[in-house]
Design a protein around this ligand. Structure first.
Ligand SMILES: [Fe+2]
Length: 281
């Protein structure tokens, strides 16, 4: 599997996602208030990145990350391979989604925290706010799935506990590379967040297909998965845009790569722990 999104995949994802989302009721889709902080960034096969000074860094970092994902496919795709093999029963699937809900639910806040360090840079500030706004409500889509698929009460979803006791991120500790990156380039320290979303579209494509074909769930409760086959194409692009514009020095690029490598290891570790916790149940 390739982890770079092609123009064809982007077109198909947009068309199919729009169609599938129409099956979801009641869901108010608001056309107003959408401001693209970078002109054209939501266009299919946008070429704006290519003109930016550090695009080569984006290209090589995507290649590096593709290699990490390929080597760790079992652990970086949100347990998608296990769902595709129907290795998780309904109870395990429910517990995994309730665990995932904790992260999805706090994600907009984790994004918007970056805004205070980027107030001086209008376009980065606006990208952060737009990104946080687009993530807002996704946890309710995930809650809708859990409620309708497994009969859980919404308040119990909101009150769910993670399968993994504590994470590096929850403890509020930052690695040396991350804290240097934050000090030396708050733009890049934010960019790492959306850049890491690049493994979400392939993961949710696999999971959405498996939930339909293996578990028998219908379109009208799968909005959370369908939406993520599409929206994160653009969130990755937010990160890539900032990298292509602000990864000015070798040192910043190295700090970014170290921090990316650390985040990927945390993701792998967290998914592994969650999986083994599920298998022990
Ligand atoms: Fe996203």
């Amino acid at each position: 599997m390739s982890y770079n999104i092609t123009e064809q995949e982007e077109r198909i994802a947009r068309e199919q996602t729009q169609k599938k989302l129409e099956a979801i009721v009641p869901r108010e889709l608001l056309p107003n208030g959408s401001y693209a902080p970078v002109p054209g960034i939501f266009d299919i096969a946008w070429k704006g990145l290519l003109e930016l000074p550090y695009f080569d860094f984006v290209r090589s970092t995507r290649e590096f990350d593709n290699t990490v994902i390929k080597e760790n496919e079992e652990w970086m795709l949100r347990l998608a391979p296990m769902v595709a093999r129907k290795e998780l029963d309904h109870e395990q699937l429910k517990l995994f989604e309730m665990h995932s809900f904790r992260w999805v639910d706090t994600y907009p806040v984790a994004i918007v925290e970056n805004v205070f360090e980027n107030l001086h840079n209008r376009e980065v500030r606006d990208l952060i706010i737009r990104h946080a706004g687009e993530e807002n409500g996704h946890s309710e889509l995930e809650a809708d799935f859990i409620i309708q698929a497994f009969g859980v009460n919404r308040l119990d979803v909101w009150d769910s506990k993670p399968l993994v006791k504590s994470t590096y991120l929850e403890e509020g500790k930052e690695s040396d590379a991350m804290s240097s990156l934050r000090k030396e380039s708050p733009e890049l320290s934010y960019a790492l967040v959306p850049f890491c979303e690049r493994c979400v579209p392939p993961a949710t494509r696999i999971i959405g297909k498996a939930l339909r074909e293996q578990y028998g769930f219908k379109d009208d409760i799968l909005g959370f998965f369908d939406l993520h086959t599409y929206i994160d194409i653009y969130h990755e692009r937010f990160g890539a845009y900032i990298m292509a514009k602000y990864a000015r020095t070798r040192r910043l690029q190295e700090l970014f790569l170290t921090a990316l490598d650390e985040r990927r290891k945390i993701l792998i570790g967290t998914n592994k722990q969650a999986y083994y916790a599920l298998k022990a149940k």
